[in-house]
Ligand binder design. Structure first.
Ligand code: MN
Ligand code: MN
Length: 317
């Protein structure tokens, strides 16, 4: 290997509050075959139903990623030792037109995938997972999904609209984008439009793990089961920050009490190590409701953890 690998700009070269506001202070990059992993922002929140603001999240997540150093001290993952990683900027969505934005996002990801770039996405509201899955489906066939969320996001419609942030996993199933018996939804809770709201995904074959099933315990054994269930199948991680409790992640649009803890969120992502992870997203951060910046800080760390479980990452002894 002769190419120089990008490294995050060190805090010993430039103060962490200075320098470029890219993800992890990485170099920016173009969509080319030289890039292995790309961090991409989608400043989109016109699919959201309650508090808006996720359009501002990619910039805020980048800013709060400034403290991230290249090595994972818990797992010894060393992603920057072997992979060419860059911040590939934002998708130029049309903020006045949801349907046209779906097409813009899908064709952007088609380009990324044609260069074999693994996408790690900063949302945006959860609507964005639909065009991403549409694109991934063309390359990988039906996708397995590890979906962390307070909500199942399987509504048939919202306010009469088929595409919104509460519908993407029903559309994905209808369109044959995802492998129903390899979809795991973790952290679901709260109130429903009907008592049967979480039965529909179960009837389709999804594994639904409610927040209550996660309370007071480690999720390591759950993730053992998830790895056995998904096996070698290409799997996508879709992490809605509202899966975590609002005590940790208040800066989001659709808040539900009694959520997962930060260590549980880490266990879920770290528990994906060994799976054939083909990409991931972190969605629904809303900076206007994130007065401390901690929600975006958490989001940036969770994206780094996703990077650390990609298949080609090496682990230091
Ligand atoms: Mn969601
Ligand atoms: Mn949610």
């Amino acid at each position: 290997m002769t190419k120089e690998l990008n490294q995050p700009l060190s805090g010993n070269e430039m103060p962490r509050f200075g320098g470029p506001a890219t993800f992890m202070r990485l170099p920016t990059g173009e969509i080319t075959e030289d890039i292995d992993v790309g961090f991409i922002g989608i400043p989109f929140d016109i699919g959201t139903s309650n508090r808006p603001g996720a359009r501002l999240a990619p910039r805020q997540i980048r800013d709060e990623s400034r403290m991230l150093r290249p090595y994972n001290m818990a797992t010894r993952a060393a992603p920057f030792d072997t992979l060419q990683i860059a911040d590939l900027g934002d998708v130029a969505i049309n903020t006045f037109n949801l349907n046209s934005s779906m097409e813009i996002i899908e064709s952007h990801y088609d380009q990324l995938l044609s260069c074999d770039i693994t996408p790690l996405t900063m949302g945006g509201d959860h609507t964005i997972v639909l065009p991403i899955l549409r694109s991934l489906r063309k390359k990988y066939g039906k996708i397995a999904v590890v979906h962390v969320d307070a909500h199942a996001d399987v509504n048939d419609h919202m306010f009469g609209e088929k595409i919104a942030h509460g519908t993407p996993f029903r559309r994905a199933l209808e369109e044959g984008l995802i492998e129903a018996d390899k979809v795991v939804q973790i952290g679901l809770r709260g109130t429903g439009y009907s008592a049967e709201d979480f039965d529909w995904p179960r009837e389709q074959g999804f594994r639904v793990v409610t927040a209550e099933e996660c309370w007071y315990k480690s999720l390591n054994s759950l993730m053992d089961e998830v790895r056995a269930q998904i096996g070698e199948h290409p799997v996508y991680i879709s992490f809605d920050i509202d899966g975590l409790d609002p005590a940790y992640a208040p800066g989001t649009g659709t808040v539900e009490i009694g959520g997962l803890t930060v260590p549980q969120g880490l266990e879920i992502i770290r528990g994906c190590k060994g799976l054939n992870v083909i990409g991931g997203d972190l969605v629904e951060v809303s900076p206007p409701y994130d007065t401390t910046g901690n929600t975006a800080l958490l989001a940036s760390n969770l994206l780094f953890e996703m990077l650390c479980v990609l298949p080609d990452v090496e682990y230091r002894k």
